[in-house]
Ligand binder design. Structure first.
Ligand SMILES: [Zn+2]
Length: 425
């Protein structure tokens, strides 16, 4: 019997009323035979004294894997019968909550894995539970909005969430507000209309809203006005990340436009398609390392490949040079040079660049703010990447709330708080 006590400890079974009777090797899995018994308590119905009765038919409780084997606990629970009202009650245990089928420890493990950003399907598979069990656990995470404070530095972004409705994929937009310093999510809103955003932030008092000093957002944003009205003390700043993104997207679209008329089997087409990254990236970071390049069937450096790509089109070369210079001025915070170059070339650039340039000029003040503001873009990019990972892993997200909870878990629960949270769930 002593040995079985060690086993209950090893399995993390804390209920002293559970006694292990035997352990069976069922080939593919292990089975633990156990019973739950304790002195008869008072009747839950009439408070009369109960007496021990027979045992309930054993219930099968899937448990955490042991030494690599799936493990099943076959638990026989004691029945008690009231001497007064004759009603029967079943013994209770912390191993599995009343009317639940999944062991408490398995649920804690699900919660822990959710915090560790494991995909939901992988959690279900590794713990041998259904995806709906994982989703049920996900829904138990509750996040309260603290209406008494808002961060000084906030970022606003819009994120696409693909909703899987039966088999038809539907694209939904959601609005995300984040604390730029701590990366904590302030709000994830289902929908991105101005009314949705206004109604959300109007829940905060004016005094609290006045605390916000900076709001960063993307260009072309329909939110400038609403941000100004809701947050009168906040400076509106464009994300540096997004400014660069608009430039590089324009460059990429131009490359495709130039590539497409070439024959698909041609050298030019293949090279422009394959080495797109060399055009996009900062020319200062191109390596001098020589390597074998199958498209040209020779050893070339990245610079040499780039030179070949640019030789295919004068238009590509000219725009590449403007693009690289703009990137350079932007990174070096040479705002005068940045805008001089835009103004000086706007009359001769291709329509793809023209659209971006016009917006840059229109939002000049906010771009200047972006260059003056000191914050790490890395943080913002890290969050964007994290959201992408969650979305990629999110095949099980059939609704917005699950997606939202997953992001909140990932960003708002710090690792060191995990144990605390787990004990509360
Ligand atoms: Zn009774």
């Amino acid at each position: 019997m002593e040995q079985f006590n060690f086993i209950t400890n090893l399995l993390g079974i804390k209920d002293q009323n559970i006694t292990i009777l035997d352990i069976l090797d069922a080939g593919t899995h292990k089975e633990i035979i156990a019973k739950l018994d304790y002195p008869a308590p008072k009747c839950p119905h009439c408070q009369g004294q109960m007496a021990k009765y027979d045992f309930q038919k054993e219930s099968k409780i899937p448990y955490l894997e042991c030494a690599g084997y799936k493990t099943l606990i076959r638990l026989k629970k004691r029945h008690f019968r009231c001497k007064v009202c004759r009603k029967v009650a079943v013994a209770e245990t912390s191993l599995v909550k009343k009317n639940h089928q999944i062991a408490t420890i398995v649920k804690q493990k699900i919660a822990q894995k959710l915090i560790e950003k494991v995909p939901m399907t992988a959690i279900a598979e590794s713990l041998d539970v259904s995806t709906s069990t994982v989703i049920r656990k996900l829904k138990e995470f509750k996040f309260k909005t603290d209406l008494n404070c808002l961060p000084e530095y906030m970022s606003w972004d819009v994120e696409t969430v693909r909703e899987v409705t039966v088999s038809i994929g539907r694209l939904e937009m959601s609005f995300i507000a984040q604390d730029l310093d701590s990366r904590k999510i302030i709000a994830i809103l289902d929908g991105r209309t101005q009314a949705t955003i206004r109604n959300h932030f109007l829940r905060y008092s004016r005094q609290v809203r006045n605390q916000v000093k900076v709001i960063t957002m993307d260009m072309f944003s329909p939110y400038y006005d609403i941000a100004r009205k809701l947050f009168p003390n906040a400076k509106i700043v464009l994300d540096r990340f997004h400014i660069v993104q608009h430039l590089s997207r324009a460059m990429n679209r131009l490359r495709i436009q130039i590539m497409n008329p070439f024959d698909r089997k041609s050298h030019e087409y293949k090279a422009l398609k394959r080495y797109w990254k060399l055009i996009q990236q900062d020319s200062r970071k191109l390596s001098h390392k020589r390597f074998y390049c199958p498209t040209f069937r020779m050893h070339l450096t990245n610079r040499e490949i780039l030179e070949k790509l640019l030789s295919y089109s004068q238009e590509l070369r000219e725009h590449y040079e403007i693009y690289q210079l703009l990137l350079f001025h932007f990174q070096e915070k040479q705002t005068d040079h940045f805008f001089d170059l835009i103004e000086g070339t706007i009359s001769c650039v291709t329509p793809i660049f023209l659209t971006v340039f016009k917006t840059f000029l229109k939002d000049k003040d906010k771009i200047l703010n972006a260059l003056e503001l000191l914050y790490s873009n890395a943080k913002l990019e890290a969050t964007n990447n994290l959201i992408k990972v969650i979305k990629r892993n999110a095949f099980g997200f059939r609704n917005f709330d699950n997606f939202k909870t997953r992001i909140l878990i990932a960003l708002n629960i710090k690792k060191e708080r995990t144990d605390l949270i787990l004990s509360r769930l």
